[in-house]
Design a protein around this ligand. Structure first.
Ligand SMILES: Cc1cc2nc3c(=O)[nH]c(=O)nc-3n(C[C@H](O)[C@H](O)[C@H](O)COP(=O)(O)O)c2cc1C
Length: 327
């Protein structure tokens, strides 16, 4: 296999290696980002989607969506926007927060988001998207990126026109989750469709969906011809996955991670306790655990015990017992 380019240049900003953490609601907060960053190999971190409308009233010191440490760098902030008018106040906040890049969510299929015409529904509103991107481009010198799915349904011409419009209006890089709106995670992602997007555009195209191992990363790059990879669930299960891919696929000089699962889990709880208000911690632990538990043969036991815990301390204790016995 031809070695992929080791970095992406977006404006005067380098993503090196071209491995990006996918935005994930309830998961890609400061605690997980710090753990992933600690293992290395990630070229760009990401927040979860942030409502552009609500952003100006969030407090960066206490909002679990905005809390970050100087360590988490470079960090892209993802905006959930439904009209061009929401752009200016939100971008103003992101400049104050020292965002390294701004991503626009055009792929979320959740009905609660679609109700406002946001997320993947934007694919049906290309003229509003044109205004949104043009407005954002006028307002920020930062790398401006977008994340899409393949479409509401598969329609090559529609997808092509939409992607070309994004590039024309000044999007610097496009991440493509290789599924349509209706396609669930159970379906194999259509990495081969990313090849088409890549042919249509000059800007870097990032492949997303279904990368859980070094082998998946190699396959995805081979099939898609993408300029880089965006990884979501795989990095929650194995926060060291970026380090492995960076070393084995991109030849980065990164130590083979010495992984102690109980230590990673304990560290995650410590960070939740350190960063977030008490009422915000347990929910996030419960969201993280089913992914992390997949590292164990009987991980479903860990997940259900944490799920029924009434406090973070109880969850920690139950997890400790599980780690000792493996069941
Ligand atoms: C729990 C969860 C939350 C997600 N939240 C977001 C989000 O806030 N913004 C977004 O663009 N995509 C979101 N996604 C989609 C992911 O970014 C990614 O496109 C998807 O999980 C496929 O990549 P993966 O197979 O590497 O996980 C979310 C996915 C999951 C599982």
């Amino acid at each position: 296999m031809q070695k992929p380019l080791p970095q992406i240049q977006v404006r005067n900003f380098q993503i090196n290696p071209p491995l990006i953490l996918a935005p994930m609601a309830g998961l890609t907060h400061s605690a997980l980002r710090q753990i992933i960053f600690g293992f290395g190999g990630v070229g760009l971190l990401s927040t979860e989607m942030l409502s552009a409308k609500r952003l100006p009233s969030e407090s960066p010191r206490v909002s679990p969506y905005l809390i970050r440490t100087p360590l988490e760098k470079p960090l892209s902030y993802q905006l959930l926007v439904s009209t061009a008018g929401e752009m200016a106040p939100a971008i103003d906040v992101l400049h104050k927060l020292k965002a390294d890049a701004i991503d626009l969510n055009m792929g979320c299929p959740a009905p609660a988001v679609g109700k406002f015409g946001a997320g993947i529904r934007l694919l049906e509103r290309p003229e509003e998207v044109r205004r949104m991107v043009a407005e954002a481009r006028k307002l920020t010198p930062l790398p401006l990126t977008a994340k899409i799915r393949l479409g509401i349904e598969l329609d090559e011409q529609k997808l092509k026109d939409f992607c070309a419009m994004l590039e024309d209006e000044g999007i610097d890089m496009l991440s493509v989750h290789a599924r349509t709106k209706k396609e669930s995670f159970a379906r194999r992602p259509r990495w081969e469709w990313i090849t088409k997007v890549k042919e249509w555009l000059k800007i870097p195209v990032i492949a997303n969906g279904g990368i859980f191992s070094v082998q998946d990363a190699e396959n995805c790059l081979r099939v898609s011809g993408a300029d880089g990879l965006m990884i979501g669930r795989g990095a929650v299960t194995k926060p060291w996955l970026f380090a492995e891919i960076a070393r084995e696929v991109y030849g980065c000089k990164i130590e083979e991670p010495a992984v102690s699962l109980p230590m990673v889990y304990g560290n995650f709880i410590d960070l939740l306790n350190e960063l977030f208000r008490p009422e915000r911690r347990l929910g996030r632990l419960k969201q993280f655990t089913p992914y992390f538990a997949q590292n164990y043969k009987f991980g479903h036991l860990l997940a259900t015990r944490v799920q029924s815990s009434k406090s973070v301390d109880e969850a920690r204790e139950r997890a400790g017992i599980f780690f000792l016995n493996g069941t």
